[in-house]
Ligand binder design. Structure first.
Ligand SMILES: [Zn+2]
Length: 127
């Protein structure tokens, strides 16, 4: 399936991708860690690997991320908790994912930090 910018956004907002996470993928700075988290989920869903890499504080292998993104279907994102802060924030979410037809869903508490006015994914703890 070819993804169109007019499709509903994979993050589950109910609005079009181009008016939702697409704005961040085009360069708009996420105001909150929650916006960033959703836009990273969407980036995985539609194979925007560069975005995943540039919004992380650590290096990850491009090809590993690419194959995860390509081989998995990102079915649903549910936000369970959002703890905001000035320079540190946490988002707990449930991602419903199937990879190679196997269920690979997981719940994660992600930690985000803010540096020079931008939020970055710092680490994640699988719950
Ligand atoms: Zn979205």
């Amino acid at each position: 399936m070819k993804f169109s910018i007019n499709n509903p956004c994979p993050c589950g907002s109910g609005i079009k991708y181009k008016k939702c996470c697409g704005k961040y993928h085009k360069g708009l700075v996420a105001k909150t860690a929650l916006e960033l988290m959703k836009s990273r989920y969407t980036a995985f869903a539609i194979e925007k690997i560069d975005y995943i890499i540039k919004t992380s504080t650590f290096q990850k292998d491009f090809d590993d991320l690419k194959s995860f993104s390509k081989n998995c279907e990102f079915k649903k994102l549910e936000i369970l908790e959002f703890i905001d802060g000035n320079s540190e924030a946490y988002v707990t979410f449930r991602a419903t994912i199937s990879c190679d037809t196997q269920d690979n869903s997981f719940t994660e508490k992600s930690r985000f930090i803010k540096e020079n006015g931008k939020w970055y994914y710092q680490s994640g703890q699988i719950l």
